[in-house]
Design a binder for this molecule. Structure first.
Ligand SMILES: N[C@H](CCC[C@H](N)C(=O)O)C(=O)O
Length: 283
C-alpha cells in the first residue's frame, strides 16, 4: 500500500513525517495548515519533511501547523530519527542530522528507536542570537512588562528561540492566557517559544508550554532544553534535570562543554495516504 505519511508522538507532542523520496507535496502554508488541522486534516503539532539526502548528509525540515518553519524541534528530531530507523535509512545507532538550527548528534539507546538521546548543541543567551530586541546583552533575569503584570524572564536559543518565565504557580490556563501575547510581542522579532517554569527541586522542574506557530502542546523537547538551561543559568538546578510536562518527562543533561543532551521516548501512531477529498477543501 502506498504510504503518504507516518505519524508518531513524543510524550503527546505529535508529528507527521512526510518523506520527499516517497511522496510529492508542495510545502505551502495552506497544505501544511490543512494536514495539521485537527478536524479537516490528519491533525498534528507539525510536519517533519525529510530526509533530504544531500552529498552524504541527511537534512530535516520542521514545519509548524501555522506553516512557519522552525530551526529545531527536540521531539521532532527524536521522532524523525525513529522514522529513519524504522525505514532502514540508517544502519548505526549513532548519526548526525542537519537542521536549520545546526547539526545534531542522535543516539538510539534501545535498539528499537523508542528511547533516543540527542546532543541538541549549545545554548546562547545573547540577545542578538535569539533574537531579542534592545541592547546587545545576555537576556538573563530581566523584567518584561505586560498588560497583565511584570514578569521576570530569561531568554535563549538552542537553534530556535525561547523565553522562560520562572513562577511559583504554573498552569495550562496561564500558558493559554499569556502564551499568544508573548509569542508575538515586539521584543521578539522572530516570535518565540514560551515556557512557564516551576522549580520542584534541584533535579526536577515542571513546565507548561506555549509553542511558536503551534500553541499549547503537551511536551516539547527544545522547550525542555531551554527551561533546564535557564534554570541552570539561574543557579536553581544541577546539570542533570528531569523536565515534567503534561505529556511526560524528558531527561536533560547540561554538559560542561555547554552542549545540552536530551533523552526521551518516541511512540508510533499510524501511517496512511491522503484522500483526494481532503485537498478539495483548498479549492
Ligand atoms: N514550535 C517550535 C518548533 C517545535 C518545538 C517542539 N515541538 C520541540 O519538541 O522542540 C518553533 O517554532 O521553534
Amino acid at each position: 500500500m502506498k504510504v503518504d505519511y507516518v505519524k508518531y508522538h513524543a510524550l503527546g507532542n505529535d508529528y507527521i513525517v512526510i518523506d520527499p523520496n516517497r511522496t510529492r507535496l508542495n510545502l505551502t502554508k495552506e497544505n501544511i495548515e490543512l494536514i495539521c488541522h485537527r478536524n479537516f486534516g490528519i491533525g498534528s503539532d507539525g510536519i517533519l519533511y525529510g530526509p533530504i539526502l544531500d552529498s552524504g548528509s541527511m537534512k530535516l525540515r520542521i514545519l509548524n501547523p501555522d506553516g512557519s518553519e522552525a530551526e529545531k524541534s527536540g521531539n521532532g528530531i527524536r521522532i524523525f530519527s525513529r522514522y529513519l530507523f524504522d525505514q532502514g535509512y540508517i544502519n548505526t545507532n549513532r548519526f548526525t542530522l542537519d537542521t536549520l538550527g545546526g547539526k545534531v548528534l542522535v543516539t538510539i539507546l534501545d535498539g528499537k528507536g523508542e528511547l533516543i538521546r540527542v546532543d541538541m548543541g549549545a545554548v546562547t543567551f545573547l540577545s542578538e542570537s535569539i533574537p531579542v530586541a534592545g541592547l546587545s546583552r545576555e537576556v538573563v533575569d530581566e523584567v518584561l512588562e505586560l498588560d497583565k503584570g511584570s514578569f521576570r524572564i530569561t531568554c535563549l536559543s538552542i537553534g530556535n528561540p525561547h523565553c522562560v518565565f520562572p513562577m511559583d504557580m504554573i498552569s495550562e490556563g496561564l500558558a493559554k492566557e499569556l502564551g499568544p501575547v508573548i509569542e508575538t510581542h515586539p521584543m521578539f522579532p522572530n516570535r518565540i517559544n514560551i515556557q512557564f517554569l516551576k522549580i520542584l527541586d534541584r533535579k526536577n522542574i515542571r513546565i507548561e508550554i506555549w509553542e511558536r506557530g503551534a500553541g499549547y502542546t503537551l511536551a516539547s523537547g527544545s522547550s525542555s532544553c531551554a527551561a533546564a538551561s535557564a534554570a541552570f543559568k539561574l543557579g536553581l538546578v544541577d546539570h542533570q534535570v528531569k523536565v515534567h510536562m503534561p505529556g511526560g518527562v524528558i531527561d536533560i543533561d547540561i554538559n560542561p562543554d555547554g552542549h545540552v543532551h536530551m533523552t526521551g521516548s518516541v511512540s508510533s501512531v499510524t501511517s496512511g495516504t491522503f484522500s483526494d477529498e481532503m485537498w478539495q477543501r483548498l479549492g
